[in-house]
Design a protein around this ligand. Structure first.
Ligand code: G1P
Length: 299
């Protein structure tokens, strides 16, 4: 079983930094953002590889995940074994590449990896968000198992005025935690999905549960993507193919706390993620606070 990470975007929100360096390689502390996502993507049981959907404009991503024995041994010869190990780790991850040179949308990006899926279910992890404890996809896999291996997506509540930025689900809560809010929007609740709409106007949104960017999908979605027309923004939307999948198969949504994950999609979010990871890392926290200086207060 594989996980797909779409990574062919232009990274315009980070220009000019992304003029000649892909946004996926922006560091969070000492690792590029995409390495956190790859490590998260490998976590669920049964996943044995990650397919990155790249564009030929960004060969640096492939270079980053390639082995570099010469560089490693140079580091070792200088007594820098820790660094050599870190370099080795990145090159040893089971990552392969397919290409999407025409940015036709998320649905099209996922479809580009069809031949690598061997007809199996697969995960999709959107790459400008990562979950440090790597548990979100693992929990989704448990929900799938409990529901006959159905497709499962992660969702979370979003304020009504922001629904048009996301994919929004319609559905009914089938498992809520006792004693929590009756609407089933607390973390851990499970919904049976009855509809999906990409970037609806607030008045058309069937709920305010948005798709967080973690999917466990039935292989049937690939057949549907093959014939999927364009939708919101003139793009081939994964959400639209999932809406068609509902006519044939069940789908569930697991309510998650999006703050379990770190957003790296904008310069401000990326900077905050670096701060959050530094504060959570015992080897960095003191140096980080000192570097901030005494006039900047952190929690
Ligand atoms: C994509 C998906 C959308 C989802 C969002 C999460 O949209 O199409 O359904 O809610 O990611 O970040 P994008 O952010 O690519 O416009």
């Amino acid at each position: 079983m594989k996980s797909i990470i779409p990574a062919a975007g232009l990274g315009t929100r980070f220009l000019p930094a992304t003029k000649c360096s892909p946004k996926e390689l922006l560091p969070v502390l000492n690792k590029p953002v995409i390495q956190y996502v790859v490590e998260e993507a490998m976590e669920p049981e049964g996943v044995d590889g990650v397919v990155i959907v790249n564009s030929h404009e960004k060969p640096q991503i492939e270079q980053y995940f390639a082995e570099d024995a010469e560089f490693e041994s140079m580091l070792r010869s200088r007594g820098k074994d820790d660094l050599a190990n870190a370099v080795h780790e990145a090159g040893a991850l089971p990552v392969s590449f397919v290409y999407q040179d025409d940015p036709k949308g998320l649905g099209h990006a996922v479809y580009c990896a069809k031949d690598q899926m061997d007809g199996d279910p697969f995960f999709v992890l959107l790459g400008d968000y990562f979950v440090p404890d790597r548990k979100m996809c693992v929990n989704m896999a448990s929900v799938s198992k409990a529901h006959n291996n159905a497709s499962v997506i992660a969702v979370a509540p979003v304020p009504a005025d922001q629904v048009s930025r996301y994919g929004i689900i319609a559905g009914e809560c089938v498992e809520a935690l006792e004693g929590t809010n009756a609407q089933g929007e607390e973390e851990g609740a499970v919904w049976k999905v009855t509809g999906l709409v990409e970037k609806p106007a607030p008045e058309d949104a069937p709920s305010h549960l948005f798709i967080v960017g973690r999917y466990l999908l039935s292989p049937r979605i690939m057949d549907l993507l093959a014939t999927q027309g364009t939708g919101a923004g003139g793009e081939i939307q994964l959400t639209d193919a999932m809406e068609r999948l509902l006519e044939e198969e069940e789908m569930y949504a697991l309510v998650v706390d999006p703050d379990q994950g770190c957003d790296t999609g904008t310069p401000a979010a990326w900077a905050a993620t670096n701060a959050r990871m530094a504060l959570a890392d015992p080897s960095q926290v003191e140096a980080f606070k000192e570097a901030l200086g005494k006039d900047v207060k952190v929690g």
